[in-house]
Design a protein around this ligand. Structure first.
Ligand code: GLV
Length: 388
């Protein structure tokens, strides 16, 4: 096994081993990718305050997210097509998360189904829901997540319509890939991926294919979302979904304080400050810059999490110091998965924990409960001063 010291190491191996269309799918933002880039580069604008001569023994990164114990305040984000990044990708990522002690969130647009992941794990995972026009399908999906004993429903609110990612259109992204000449040439160089896929439990959208009728092309994410996703989604519908679920609800995709207040009104157990990894509204504020205003608006009344841009344990520590009770990694775990399957996801989690733990110690803190904004130097106007 190669020596992995940082998430970038996993990304390099991932890029070599994974078909171009799936690497590009993961490593893209919408349009100019400004928000995609700034999600990460804005973390670099926050500095740590190094403290010295503080006892560093008995440190712990353990914490809680929505009342569940977590080995560190990091969950695996819902990522569509994860089972195309590596054979049985969702199962492998869920197993790695379970062993590590962090939540795994299964995407509606996963390859392995809810039932596949439930059968391969022993602890409850979280299920992410996209709202679709077919209400019966949504009802059945929610029932399936309940039957699988998922402990939270993560409702994504920023993707009723797909932000354009140029590369996906140019690559003809689909699951499984279509046998075009360009795909065949690229796949021929990815023999390890291909052998894995031959033995995979599934190669299509497992929560959808066989569970819904009348789709013109179930392999094409773009066509599927345009045809099926619910353009009429509003807060009344969100409240109904919450009622239908009856358990803990996390609302994902909030980047504006007014929407955070609405989420509070419908009784969310947690909200995720997220711009979908820069994949939806390009030109929106990065999550880390949007966080302070949202915390000011609702931070004392609802648990606020942060997603988008995290590529290191230092990023996690900065988000937690700014006030997030939990964070999510999407691309960072996909790099590990594509590089080395389950072991790669574990490696990604280990890298992040180590970076967070050592950085926390060098800031003079020994536990997540002791981490607060005063370990940071935040530049004036970091969150922005906007007119009117
Ligand atoms: C779906 O969640 C996507 O961002 O592609």
């Amino acid at each position: 096994m190669p020596v992995i010291t940082e998430i970038e190491d996993l990304k390099r191996i991932y890029r070599r081993r994974t078909p171009k269309m799936f690497y590009d799918y993961c490593e893209s933002g919408s349009w100019t990718e400004q928000t995609f880039r700034e999600n990460s580069s804005d973390f670099d604008k926050l500095y740590f305050r190094q403290r010295i001569a503080v006892d560093m023994t008995d440190r712990s990164t353990a914490s809680q997210m929505i009342g569940e114990d977590v080995a560190m305040p990091v969950a695996l984000a819902p990522v569509g097509l994860t089972g195309m990044q590596h054979a049985d990708g969702e199962i492998k990522a869920a197993r790695a998360a379970e062993k590590f002690g962090v939540p795994f969130t299964l995407s509606t647009m996963s390859i392995n189904s809810i039932e596949d992941v439930a059968a391969a794990t022993t602890k409850p995972f979280w299920f992410q829901l996209y709202t679709m026009r077919d209400e019966d399908f949504i009802r059945r999906l929610i029932e399936r997540a309940k039957a699988a004993k998922c402990s939270a429903l993560v409702i994504t609110l920023d993707l009723q319509i797909l932000g354009q990612r140029h590369k996906d259109l140019k690559n003809g992204l689909s699951a499984p890939p279509k046998p075009t000449l360009m795909n065949m040439i690229n796949l021929a160089t990815k023999w390890r991926w291909g052998i894995g896929m031959l033995g995979a439990q599934r190669r299509e959208f497992g929560n959808i294919v066989g569970h819904v009728e009348g789709i013109s092309d179930a392999a094409d994410l773009g066509a599927w979302t345009a045809e099926q996703f619910d353009l009429t989604l509003d807060w009344t519908k969100i409240a109904k979904l919450k009622e239908m679920w009856g358990g803990k609800v996390i609302l994902k995709g909030i980047i504006d304080a007014e929407d955070a207040k609405m989420a509070l009104k419908v009784g969310a157990d947690a909200i995720i400050v997220s711009n979908h990894g820069g994949r939806q509204l390009d030109g929106a504020l990065s999550s880390i810059r949007a966080l302070p205003a949202i915390l000011d608006a609702v931070g004392d009344k609802v648990e606020v999490h942060l997603d988008s841009g995290i590529r290191s344990g230092q990023d996690v520590l900065k988000a937690v110091a700014m006030g997030a009770k939990g964070t999510y990694i999407g691309r960072a775990f996909v790099y590990g998965l594509g590089a080395m399957g389950e072991a790669g996801v574990t490696a990604a989690l280990e890298v992040i924990r180590k970076e967070m733990d050592i950085s926390m110690a060098l800031c003079g803190r020994r536990s997540i409960a002791e981490v607060s904004r005063d370990i940071l130097l935040v530049p004036e106007g970091f969150e922005g001063r906007w007119q009117g």
